[in-house]
Ligand binder design. Structure first.
Ligand SMILES: [Zn+2]
Length: 318
């Protein structure tokens, strides 16, 4: 009997949950809009509904949330959900479901899913970028998902692209997110992002390409997979502008030829990634503490189709 996993995706606009099997097929899925307040009761109802519809009990649960998160303590403080400050999401989901729960950012789930079964299949050095309600990302380097101290590595939305530019929700100035998030674009246009003119579509691509050029130099990844509602709606003009800007700004031997691909798994990528996280955690023994070297590549390579992605859940304590 194939194992199934519970996947939960919490973002500022939508709450999603699914039951996903080992092959990445979604057997059950459901979604509700994120309420302005009392977010947890909505999550709990959604999760109960999906669990009740599952053909068999889930083996583990992967929860992904828009950042910032603290993977060590299992808490989240998403900019997009102001009422959650250090909300103990991992333990609360574990209590509700009785399952082992893995917590990561939504963008890290996206890059895992795309490296597992999407546009970055089999690649061991790639950044996944979400250009949607917010701009964020996750990095796989040498086959490992980079976590950073608190689990926020890859948060490209707060890379500076205009040094004297707009104020950003993070408190900084000129961040990529302040120009390219859905909210920023709609505030500027005064209308829905879907009706953005060509110039805005291209500028968004240019700025994302600018940030990616820095990433290419800093982390030495070979390509980006870009998803999210803004990127996928803006389409060709966005991707062409991103590639042009990268061409202009990547002159080093190892950065040249940096490729940009649209995400292949569409809107379900983060849910599939959450299931991959749950699966990785179940297959290998979870790293117990600081300095632990990962969760056992041997077990992973047989569990994952690509055999190239490993997750290290051992962020150092504060
Ligand atoms: Zn910022």
């Amino acid at each position: 009997v194939a194992k199934v996993f519970l996947a939960v995706d919490i973002a500022g606009s939508t709450l999603k949950a699914a039951i996903v099997d080992e092959a990445g097929t979604m057997l059950v899925r459901d979604r509700v809009p994120t309420p302005a307040r009392d977010v947890w009761p909505s999550v709990a109802r959604l999760v109960r509904r999906v669990v009740a519809a599952s053909p068999e009990p889930a083996a583990a649960c992967g929860v992904v949330c828009s950042g910032p998160i603290d993977a060590a303590s299992g808490t989240v403080s998403p900019l997009a959900i102001p009422s959650w400050q250090e909300f103990p999401l991992r333990d609360t989901v574990a209590q509700l479901t009785g399952l082992p729960v893995t917590l990561d950012t939504d963008a890290q789930a996206l890059v895992l899913a795309e490296a597992w079964a999407g546009a970055a299949r089999g690649m061991s050095d790639v950044i996944g970028v979400v250009v949607g309600n917010s701009v964020t990302g996750g990095i796989i380097s040498a086959g490992r998902l980079l976590q950073g101290r608190f689990g926020n590595a890859g948060t490209i939305g707060h890379v500076v692209v205009e040094p004297e530019g707009r104020p950003c929700a993070c408190g900084g100035v000129g961040c990529l997110d302040a120009y390219c998030s859905r909210a920023a674009i709609e505030l500027e246009l005064g209308r829905d992002m879907q009706r953005a003119p060509l110039a805005i579509r291209e500028r968004t691509g240019t700025l994302v390409g600018r940030a990616l050029a820095s990433v290419a130099a800093l982390v030495d990844v070979r390509c980006a997979v870009i998803g999210g509602s803004v990127a996928l709606t803006f389409g060709d003009p966005f991707f062409a502008a991103a590639r042009d800007e990268l061409e202009r700004r990547t002159g080093l031997e190892f950065t040249r030829g940096f490729a940009v691909h649209p995400a292949a798994l569409g809107v379900h990528a983060t849910l599939i990634g959450a299931a991959v996280l749950a699966q990785l955690e179940r297959v290998g023994a979870p790293a117990a503490g600081p300095g632990a070297g990962g969760i056992g590549a041997g077990g992973l390579s047989t569990a994952l189709v690509t055999g190239s992605v490993e997750v290290v859940h051992a962020p150092a304590p504060r």
